[in-house]
Design a protein around this ligand. Structure first.
Ligand SMILES: Nc1ncnc2c1ncn2[C@@H]1O[C@H](COP(=O)(O)OP(=O)(O)OP(=O)(O)O)[C@@H](O)[C@H]1O
Ligand SMILES: [Mg+2]
Length: 354
């Protein structure tokens, strides 16, 4: 049936280096974040003089360059200092103290982790980080996804020369931390504001020029992708649009990427919210949780009613289950303690990662 007929041969692909559109690709230059990178570097600078560094909390919406800018700072440390060890952990993939410690062991090239428990591994990590002449920069990205913060407490308490960088979407995450951690952490906060249209255009142009054969993009079509990305304030979505527009043009075996292909990519992006099968009321509940992340289910129900929501509490709960199944929200069950038995609902921006 010729499923693959009419495809552009490899030599005629519109993509030159598609990897450059991957979300974790590290461009050589990270423009428009000089100020923020300087602020991060300032926290680390004392380590270069064998003094203790300070800590910072990097926060901002998804896709505004927090991870890439912080990784760029690490890249510079690696180039400039042998005795400062940078350790990067993503707490979304390693979300418990044990898993985080394992990641740190790996970063320290310590392999004998089998059959050792968290306490033993922690002791080894602390010993290595306190070795003579050594200091460390510990980055915990997506810190809001860590299920416990014991690792943070131990590092704050036991490691002498360090800088801790926490990255999250919400500044208030640090406020909900245990007092013992907060009083030791006292981080400087560094906000990553959304990019403006010119900045989005600059970033996407850089990635386009890495990823595509020169000249395959119609300029108006590219500008449309830029405008949509600026509206959504998320560079990751722009990278998605560039890739999908490229794929769409290749599927049609044409050699230029035009408006039609960007439209197709935009439709794919929009249809994303539809595939989860949400109705209008579900969307309203989702929006409510997004704007009041980390609230108790009972409080959210009251807000929902105030907004004119008509569903009963049972139906509301069913909506919550649906949003959780679609991984649009996180539901944390708390037992006892200050909050009593309840569910804490928070918005899960990760789904926008496709
Ligand atoms: N100033 C920039 N220069 C080059 N690329 C950038 C810049 N800002 C963002 N990007 C690119 O945009 C994408 C998203 O950036 P990044 O992963 O750093 O977002 P983030 O703020 O960490 O988002 P999240 O909160 O979802 O983790 C990445 O592919 C990154 O390379
Ligand atoms: Mg990130």
């Amino acid at each position: 049936m010729g499923l693959f007929d009419g495809m552009l041969p490899d030599s005629e692909s519109l993509f030159n280096n598609e990897i450059a559109l991957d979300y974790d690709f590290m461009p050589k230059l990270i423009p428009y974040r000089d100020q923020e990178q300087f602020q991060i570097a300032a926290c680390i600078r004392p380590l270069f003089q064998q003094r203790n560094g300070s800590n910072c909390l990097v926060y901002g919406n998804p896709g505004v360059g927090k991870t890439v800018a912080t990784k760029n700072v690490i890249r510079e440390i690696e180039e400039q200092a042998d005795d400062i060890i940078p350790i990067y952990v993503n707490c979304w993939s390693a979300n418990s103290t044990y898993k985080i410690i394992l990641e740190i062991c790996e970063a320290l090239n310590y392999k004998l982790t089998m059959n050792k428990n968290t306490v033993e591994l922690m002791r080894i990590v602390v010993e290595k980080l306190n070795a003579k002449g050594v200091s460390s920069v510990l980055i915990f990205d997506e810190i809001d996804k860590a299920s416990d913060l014991d690792f943070l407490y131990i590092i704050l308490e036991k490691v002498y020369r360090k800088s801790i960088i926490l990255i999250t979407n919400y500044k208030k995450d640090v406020l909900t931390m245990d007092e013992r951690i907060k009083s030791r952490l006292v981080p400087q906060t560094i906000e990553f504001k959304p990019y403006d249209t010119n900045e989005i255009a600059g970033i996407l142009k850089q990635r386009r020029d890495y990823a595509f054969i020169p000249g395959v993009w119609d300029e108006d079509a590219f500008q449309k992708a830029v405008a949509k990305t600026a509206e959504l304030e998320d560079v990751r979505k722009g990278l998605y649009l560039l890739r999908e527009a490229g794929n769409s043009a290749e599927q049609k075996s044409v050699k230029k990427i035009n408006m039609e292909h960007v439209d197709a990519a935009m439709q794919k992006l929009d249809s994303f919210s539809n595939i989860t099968g949400l109705d209008g009321d579900d969307e309203k509940v989702l929006e409510l949780i997004k704007n009041n992340s980390q609230s108790k289910i009972g409080d959210l129900f009251k807000m929902y009613q105030k907004m004119g929501g008509k569903s009963s509490y049972r139906t509301f709960q069913r909506k919550i289950d649906k949003l959780e199944r679609a991984k649009l929200i996180n539901v944390e069950h708390t037992k006892g303690g200050e909050q009593g038995n309840t569910k804490i609902l928070s918005y899960s921006k990760k789904l926008t990662d496709y």
